[in-house]
Design a protein around this ligand. Sequence first.
Ligand code: ACO
Length: 323
Amino acid sequence: MFRSVITGCGAYLPAHCVTNDELAERVDTSDEWIVERTGIRKRHIAADGELTSDLAQAAAERALANAGIPAGEIDLIVLATSTPDETFPATATTVQARLGIAGGPAFDVQAVCSGFVYALAVADNFVRAGQSKTALVIGAETFSRILDWEDRATCVLFGDGAGAVVLRAENGVATNGTRGILSTHLHADGRQHDMLYVDGGPSSTQTTGYLRMRGREVFRHAVVNLAEVTTEALAQNGLEADDVDWLVPHQANRRIIDHTARRLGLAPEKVVLTVEQHGNTSAASVPLALDQAVSDGRIKQGDIVLMEAMGGGFTWGAALARW
Ligand code: ACO
């Protein structure tokens, strides 16, 4: 039996940063409204010609450096994105080529904002099955390209970015006493399509389309689904909320995050928050937050880390790890 251990993290944000005040020059909004409803203060936007694969590659290279391994050791790449460079091939294969490697599987996973948790679960299962020894899991997005910049209810919420982790196979089952991913929990409910979707695509309109959302309903489902899936993850491992050292949530909205932490009974000091700095980066948000909390020394070896996310579909999930 094998388990996977996260041995490196990396992140990348495009250089160009747009504040709420700058957005308010473009659409009818204000810094006060955005901060009060979401906690977001600014977001990073990819430059013209800067693609999801560029962001992903930068994050991946940093994760490899942090893990202290050469790209040649990677035998699996799973990249979560809803904003791939092209309809096909998978952006994961572009990143693979740029890292100078070939041969192992490389594919994209599409679960919108839950993408990273989905990708982590897929890679963890490859490792557990003995089919990968060293996996690269990336969340990378250029949501700025699918935003309707006339729609103030959505364009203020999102930003571009990428985060990545390296998973290494270690011998032995994951238990509460060992380092590694303890369990992953994935869910979807396709009946909720109309709550959050993109109104275009290769098969339907032959255009890329724009993000459409019923914000209030998404909020309501998010707090319920995230409370349930985090409770499920703890219960499966015989853990209580008190055992959690860090909650690393999907960074969609400060109020959703506060609500989830409150329902779990987690102290606010145990919650990693980055939404203020870069808005909702969809599949990139959990690894961006992980990278920040690992690099600033908050997350330490042995800590219990609870990750969660929810996104269009709806999809939602959680992953519990001992760092
Ligand atoms: N600036 C100013 N006013 C705005 C803006 C804006 N950017 N956007 C909407 N408004 C207005 C609306 O037009 C409306 O005005 P009206 O009362 O005159 O009609 C008013 O604000 C209230 O609009 P609501 O949509 O009801 O506002 P709400 O309090 O629900 O906040 C928000 C909206 C922030 C989107 C909230 O519903 C939310 O956070 N939902 C979750 C959405 C989310 O996080 N999605 C991310 C993807 S899914 C995920 O990651 C979990």
